[in-house]
Design a protein around this ligand. Structure first.
Ligand code: SIN
Length: 493
């Protein structure tokens, strides 16, 4: 241990360091540890605080006798609007049924019918019932609690909570670990043969969001500063049915599974205006259209005919808001929900920087294209989390001596930036508004704006007012940004 101006500085070493304790980080950590190496898992908060914990959607997997990975892949590709990387779609749809089996063997109890069959839910864009839940709409909580206890009890995994990673440790172009700050301002470096970033999403960069406040793209900032490429930053999904309510409950997610059980969307005049089970982009755009002249208003989610026993946290949140869904109209409107883009990876979660991996929402395998299919995100955390853990153990050892990590100052995200992103990079956008974001003080706002400006077309989750059509020339093309190089367009196998 050495001492710096800020406090004590400690250096630890391990085989694999995982940053983030959501589903992707937990599963990657367990996979690497089960393969026989030592793992250190760092999380900025406590083990049960991130987006995965709050996830209401389940795990999309072809588990029904009449379903197949091929049909799941076809629905994923259709939702992604000719922008998915087909190889990532195939990997996900083929491997996810086995991941569900692995979770069951670890003690996760998926919801079942009285006769023992899995109780699969229907969500938008799926041709049939394909979504497995555990604890109904509290699936994220069930999964994170179950896996956290396996991680905490694993003899080869060491967990450090309240540990904020400040930068990735890069030596000779290779990632050799992380630099972090602990409580009381003590500094820590962790040296590792592989570093897996699993820091979650970025939708809380937008003012109106379904995400917890911390989902602001920290992994993107870390990876970009380390030289890794980011892609598809312009593809942000807006969930159609987020509660319009008071501060604190505004943006609360009302899961698509409610619509799978018969919830209806009613316009300002009380009439239906969209197929409630169309893919998410279609429903969000239809609502945005309905609210065009009333941007602060809401449409109604009619839950009168939906049995809410399978949605315990929704029943509780609505009661807290003073709403009785058996009688009261529930006001909803779109909110930023999921970043399809992120740190570019291959099919084993490797980024463009040797030794650095990314998995979960912070990563961009190309799986989701321009519009993620509902409940493919927890599935992604499992399939690619496992692949990351397995690949990471094969990395060569980190060099014994390496220059100290650079601790760059962390940029400050303000409410003004969040408001600007909502106003100028929302469901509907144009060059004029996006251009204003190019000078925003927050670096990610500038990168998102540059990518969204370059994509001169309407596709998936967003509608360009100035380019209302989809450009066939941009089918299966990804916009990639990296430090010190101009934005480039790539096609991925
Ligand atoms: C939902 O349940 O509607 C959200 C789940 C997801 O984002 O896939």
């Amino acid at each position: 241990m050495s001492t710096t101006a800020q406090g004590a500085e400690q250096e630890l070493s391990t085989d694999v360091v995982v940053v983030g304790a959501g589903l992707a980080g937990l599963w990657a950590a367990l996979s690497a540890a089960q393969a026989g190496v030592n793992v250190m898992l760092l999380t900025a908060g406590s083990m049960q605080a991130g987006s995965s914990y709050w996830a209401q959607g389940g795990i999309a997997a072809a588990l029904d006798d009449e379903d197949s990975p091929e049909l799941h892949a076809a629905d994923t590709l259709a939702a992604g609007r000719l922008a998915c990387r087909r190889s990532a779609v195939e990997v996900l749809c083929q491997e996810i049924p086995e991941s569900v089996g692995q979770l069951e063997r670890l003690g996760v109890r998926f919801d079942r019918h009285p006769d023992g069959r899995l109780a699969l839910a229907r969500e938008g864009g799926h041709r049939g019932r394909r979504v497995a839940h555990a604890g109904g709409s509290a699936t994220g909580q069930e999964l994170v609690e179950a896996l956290s206890s396996h991680v905490a009890g694993h003899p080869r995994i060491h967990v450090l909570e309240h540990t904020m990673v400040q930068s990735l440790w890069v030596h000779d172009g290779r990632c050799v670990g992380v630099a972090a700050r602990l409580k009381r301002d003590d500094c820590l470096r962790v040296k590792a043969r592989a570093t897996i970033v699993a820091t979650g999403g970025a939708a809380a960069l937008w003012q109106r969001t379904t995400n917890p406040r911390g989902a602001t793209g920290t992994g993107w900032l870390l990876a970009y500063a380390a030289g890794a490429a980011l892609a598809d930053l312009e593809f942000v999904q807006f969930h159609p049915t987020a509660l319009v309510g008071q501060d604190g409950s505004d943006g609360f997610l009302l899961t698509e599974a409610l619509r799978g059980e018969g919830a209806l969307l009613l316009g300002r005049g009380g009439e239906r205006f969209v197929d409630e089970l169309a893919p998410r982009d279609e429903v969000a755009l239809a609502i945005a259209g309905e609210l065009r002249d009333h941007p602060h208003a809401a449409v109604v989610l009619d839950l009168r005919d939906v049995p809410l026993q399978g949605f315990p946290n929704i029943a509780a949140a609505l009661a807290h808001e003073g709403l009785d869904p058996r009688h009261d109209p529930v006001p909803v409107a779109p909110a930023a929900h999921y970043a399809m883009g992120g740190i570019v990876t291959d099919l084993h979660a490797r980024t463009s920087v040797p030794g650095l991996y990314a998995v979960g929402e912070c990563a961009c395998t190309g799986l989701h294209g321009a519009n993620r299919l509902a409940s493919n995100s927890l599935a992604e955390c499992l399939v690619f989390g496992r692949r990351a853990g397995m690949a990471a153990v094969c990395e060569p050892a980190a060099p014994a001596s390496s220059a100290a990590p650079i601790r760059a100052p962390w940029p400050t995200l303000t409410d003004a930036t969040r408001e600007r992103l909502w106003r100028h990079a929302g469901v509907q956008r144009d060059a004029d508004g996006l251009g204003r974001l190019l000078n925003d003080p927050y670096p990610l706002a500038r990168l998102i704006a540059a990518s969204a400006l370059a994509r001169c077309e309407t596709r998936g989750a967003h509608q360009r007012r100035d380019y209302p059509d989809t450009s066939p020339a941009l089918d299966f093309r990804h916009f990639v940004v990296a430090q010190d190089s101009p934005l480039r367009i790539e096609a991925w196998d």
